[in-house]
Design a protein around this ligand. Structure first.
Ligand code: FAD
Length: 359
């Protein structure tokens, strides 16, 4: 019998954990390493709002990210369903589109955003962007009736509860027998070897998915600080994420189960990992309150910050260097692009041996 391919993955964030799952389900032997315990909240993967916005993000990205996002929008529902089929807790996933609005003084920001999108979108996708008048907007989101003169509707966009995704994956990895070294920092990732907590683990293939933790190996990598606010508010119901245009920043409010809302995100050229600043808290909070005054009574559940791993071109990358595979640079599009990226890397790795039966 052919021994199964043994793959070592450093980093159990979104990229490393999802890759571990895709490989383990084909029968590979997978060993996963992370310096934090699996439920730690201070990573990009556990801090993200996990909006799946290929259209809206095109305004600040390029065709490559758009294509990865479009492909991932096909894979997400299949992958979420597959986890549930294996008995894991259901993961909140919605694909009800996104609403984009602006207050009257900021109308020009919305107009500019619309023009930019129409300019960058492939012709075949332009029909996914609909201009709404006030009445149609109110039909889409009754809670916002009378508050905005109109807006944009971005069809097909979605969102995911990332905490649920990460937790369900963890349980599934245990079921599949993935060996997981939690709370132990990886010192080196080398061809055929991962060195962790003073011990060397021999593997057939080594993957580095440590996000900003791989800076020494990827010199172009930098951390981009992002902050989010999570509230609980029973007075407002939103069906879908709402983006609020503003001349200085774009903020979004993403509804979650149990009357919770994630408000994000700041984007700061800084690798400061300290707590959320008062200024950011006020900006996020006032944007939320300006969307609907009932948010004034919202209970603050969490204020969190983390570093997005970014490369100079702001594109995610899969590269092989000195015999080590790297998946990194997921920047502000990690959830948007992860399935397509991880799928591509899994195919590359499995291509080096015949894949076995799916478990
Ligand atoms: C505020 C904010 C909002 C965001 N919103 C969105 C959004 O709405 N939509 C979207 O698509 N994306 C969003 N993102 C981006 C997304 O979260 C990231 O692109 C993605 O999580 C990156 O995943 P990763 O696995 O590459 O990195 P990380 O999440 O950073 O994971 C890296 C892992 O490596 C581990 N590690 C690091 N160093 C070591 C070491 N030496 N040894 C062992 N382990 C190590 C870490 O503990 C961590 O678990 C957001 C990010 C932030 C910060």
């Amino acid at each position: 019998m052919t021994p199964s391919l043994h793959i070592g993955i450093a980093g159990a964030g979104l990229a490393g954990r999802t890759l571990a799952w895709r490989l383990a389900r084909t029968g590979c032997r997978v060993t996963l390493f992370d310096s934090r315990p699996r439920a730690a909240l201070d990573t990009a993967s556990m801090t993200a709002a996990a909006m799946l916005s290929p259209l809206a993000e095109l305004a600040v990205s390029d065709d490559a990210v758009f294509a990865l996002g479009q492909r991932s929008m096909e894979l997400w529902p299949q992958w979420v369903a597959e986890l549930a089929e294996h008995g894991q807790a259901p993961v909140y996933y919605r694909q009800e589109g996104t609403l984009v609005v602006a207050h009257a003084p900021d109308r020009s920001s919305l107009e500019h955003f619309t023009r930019l999108l129409q300019h960058k979108l492939p012709n075949a996708c332009r029909a996914q962007v609909l201009t709404l008048d006030a009445a149609t907007l109110a039909k889409h989101e009754p809670a916002l009736a009378g508050r905005f003169g109109g807006g944009l509707f971005l069809q097909g966009e979605g969102q995911l509860a990332n905490d649920q995704w990460m937790a369900a994956l963890g349980v599934e990895l245990d079921r599949l027998g993935v060996q997981w070294h939690e709370g132990q920092a990886v010192e080196r990732v080398e061809e055929g070897r991962i060195v962790c907590a003073g011990q060397s683990y021999e593997v057939d293939l080594a993957v580095d998915a440590r996000g900003v933790g791989s800076k020494a190996q990827l010199p172009q990598l930098r951390g981009v600080r992002g902050e989010v606010l999570t509230v609980e508010c029973r007075g407002v119901t939103l069906q879908r994420p709402v983006r609020l245009m503003h001349p200085r920043y774009q903020l979004y409010v993403a509804p979650r189960p149990n009357h919770q809302f994630v408000v994000g995100a700041t984007e700061l050229e800084s690798e400061d990992t300290g707590p959320v600043t008062l200024r950011s808290m006020l900006e996020l909070g006032s944007a939320l309150h300006s969307l609907h005054p009932a948010f004034g009574e919202a209970r603050v559940l969490r204020l969190a910050s983390a570093l997005r791993p970014a490369l100079d071109d702001h594109r995610p990358a899969i590269v092989q260097r000195d015999g080590v595979w790297h998946i990194n640079g997921l920047y502000r599009h990690g959830y948007l692009c992860a399935p397509a990226l991880v799928d591509a890397l899994a195919q590359q790795l499995l291509g080096s041996r015949q894949p076995l039966e799916t478990q």
